[in-house]
Design a binder for this molecule. Sequence first.
Ligand code: PMV
Length: 329
Amino acid sequence: MIDIQTQFVKNVLEGAGLSLKDSGSAFAPSNIALSKYWGKRDPELNLPINSSLSISLGNLGTKTKIRLADADSVSLNGTPVDLNDGFAIRTLEFLKLFPMVGTHFEVRTENNIPTAAGLASSASGFAALVLALNDLAGWELGGRMLSMLARLGSGSASRSIFEGFVQWHAGNCDDGSDSFAEPFSKPWNEFRIGILELSNARKPVGSRDGMNRTVQTSELYKSWPAQANRDIETIRTAIHTQDFPTLGKAAENNALAMHATMMSAWPPLLYLQPESIEMIHQVQRVRAEGLEVYLTIDAGPNIKLLFLEENESQVAAAFPRLQVIQPFG
Ligand code: PMV
């Protein structure tokens, strides 16, 4: 019996030609959600309960090179990865969905972001893998199709196919054919993101298990889909009118509301570390002093700051370990 993911891939690739090259390579940016994806309505097809909206991180992300081989091999930043390692398992399992391209692959991955530290390396990883496959196989798929394939690897990967501001539409269909991401809006050149890397330890509960536990056990989760829908609309409008305070407030509130649903799950999911809490207080302090800076947090301890170019030197002074990213740089 053909499984549901294999059937989905077949549907997406229907009509695409196959013109194999020696190797395929691609880059995909990491992305940070301003309105988060948390909760699946279909775990196999990675269909989300709510839509989400993100910003891609310019040249921070994953570069992947792939070729057909006699035996599987995976490397990460130049070092061979044991095939029993979770990273290699997820990569090779994903590639099994594409038997029409080949049976064994050599995959070389270069990440310039820490793996599994809440900086969404799985997003850029699966997006780069799909883009590299598209290059290798000569499918010439459009963004929407590439986004749906990347979604099978990791939900947030559907957004990493694109640059800039991106919305992943949750969709309604059970077959997953209307759940894809697309970019919108013109660049906002003054937009800055600051990464406060507080820990690059692997998180104890991955986002897949974390969101399933939240959906199943958190009473607060019931209010989440409506909040996410509201926040997306607020943020989309704020992007169009370049109303930074409105965007920042909605993004920060969205992230903390997601963490409230996590904490109210059972067993509780507490991704924040003492340093994260300290930084949340620090953001509130400097904002009370008049500095226009907001934060967002994913399923990990690291804090991402949102601010505009005009405040960059003041934000950097208040947060000395900050790594500043120009998403439209
Ligand atoms: O794509 P996943 O399964 O790694 O889940 C991502 C979940 C969050 O990062 C917490 C939110 C988001 O929208 O990126």
